[in-house]
Design a protein around this ligand. Sequence first.
Ligand SMILES: *Cc1c(COP(=O)(O)O)cnc(C)c1O
Length: 387
Amino acid sequence: MAYSILKCPVCGTEYNIDRYNYLCDKCGNILDVIQKDINEFKKTDYKGVWKYKNIIHPGLEQKFLITKMEGDTNVYHHTRMSEYSGVKDVYMKHEGENPTGSFKDRGMTVAISEAMRLGFKKTLCASTGNTSAAAASYSAYAGIESYVFIPSKKISKNKLMQAYSYGANIVNIDGDFDTAMTNLKNTLKQRNDFYVLNSINPWRVEGQKTIIYEIMERMKPDFISFPAGNLGNTSAFGKALMEMKEMGTIDYIPRLIAVQAEGASPFYNYINNHEDVLHTVKAETIASAIKIGNPVNYIKAKRSIEFTKGIVERVSDDEIIQAKKVIDRSGIGCEPASAASLAGIKKLRDRGIIDKSDKIAGILTGNLLKDMNTDIEINMLSLEQIK
Ligand SMILES: *Cc1c(COP(=O)(O)O)cnc(C)c1O
């Protein structure tokens, strides 16, 4: 029995999951994993992501499963964050606590397990940093080779160091993330021995749905705010809620807030200006993890925004830096892109869209130690200055 199939969200063409090309033959759009049997929200004895195996990859045999116990991340509340945002009930879920320091691990455990099921020996991804760190780690853990396309002059050294240390073959791309992605698509057209680990891989999206399961079990937020770059999370979060609604697991739909950086906000324009097609931009922001001008998942992401009556907001680099300072000084800490979630909450509160009595879940997508590029001058004390 087939537990899952692949289906094009645009033209509806269906495919067997043994296919490893995730673009539709007919219209070129990115396929969805469709779970054939989602009548029941049944949990397993696994920990973290795979607790929800029943609704992310029910047919996967145990022998293919590659996991580092990702997921089950903590949620933090702090008066500094409440005061800054103007919302008392603001709770930040820290995805930086995952094994390689970002939420990418949740999708990677599912995608790499699928690579094992399909018998691949090599993986490939284009990355602003965190995907390559996760891809390199999980490939090494599974005992297969990884190749990462990286705009190496533009990404955080910490993330590059992770990919290097885990033993990835690092391919230097002269250009930005969008150039790396174009190169990846061209490579995939020419070769069939690479398994793709970017979020064009719909199994990544299945793993990332588990962030929503954990949030909906733990609290009942009115809004869920998160940074948005390539729109994998935006796609995953909406899909999770659509399926939970279908199963009858939830009785209301929280509204998604996808927050883009001003200098990389093509999805913001697409949604808020009601454009027919997404117009790509040349991305520029200090938040390198969301510095993406041509997001691959915008069609699925639009579906998520529509289903949840969601909001797409944008924030300046200054606002991101301010929010990051608040999160860091609360003792929680995150990388720059992650802080866009709190900056977006503040902005929507200031604009009166979020009420001060609303309950908000924010996602901190990456760890504080991920990005040491931001220039800092540390004011150190001498021994005499101790008070
Ligand atoms: C990948 C990443 C993002 C962007 O997520 P998308 O799903 O591509 O929109 C945001 N923050 C961090 C830290 C990331 O690594």
